[in-house]
Write a new protein. Structure first.
Length: 132
């Protein structure tokens, strides 16, 4: 039976391997985080536009909705998706704002990371509660 004096710890090759794995994960995070932050901004803005369109009442004009999306994205600097790629149409649940796009990020040499995003946001009025 060996005591503590017989244990060595992490060798040079083990250290190199651990640093390579940590570096690879860090590099993937550096590449992916801005894409997912952009997607979060897109999703938030489209939910806000859908809520605003639902509260205006009356019939929804897709061109007005797209113009509102363009204004918000100019302010929030959304760069991965154009408002012309957004579809505002009647769906199964009424009016919907939908999108479907891919982002290709170069990793190294000829290796790319492809991220696919798709969502459909219904334009429905939120139920209001009255206090009485």
């Amino acid at each position: 039976m060996r005591g503590l004096s017989g244990q060595r710890g992490l060798g040079l090759w083990g250290l190199i391997f651990v640093l390579a794995v940590v570096g690879s994960v860090a590099y993937l995070l550096i590449v992916c985080v801005p894409v997912y932050l952009n997607e979060g901004t897109i999703n938030r803005d489209l939910h806000e536009v859908a809520t605003k369109a639902a509260t205006t009442g009356g019939d929804i004009d897709p061109n007005d909705v797209k113009l509102d999306i363009q204004r918000r994205w100019d302010i929030d600097y959304v760069s991965r998706l154009d408002p012309k790629d957004i579809k505002v149409a009647r769906g199964q649940r009424g009016w919907e704002i939908s999108y479907n796009y891919e982002v290709r990020e170069h990793l190294f040499y000829n290796v790319f990371l492809v991220l696919h995003f798709e969502n459909s946001i219904p334009i429905v009025a939120k139920a209001t509660t009255s206090v009485g």
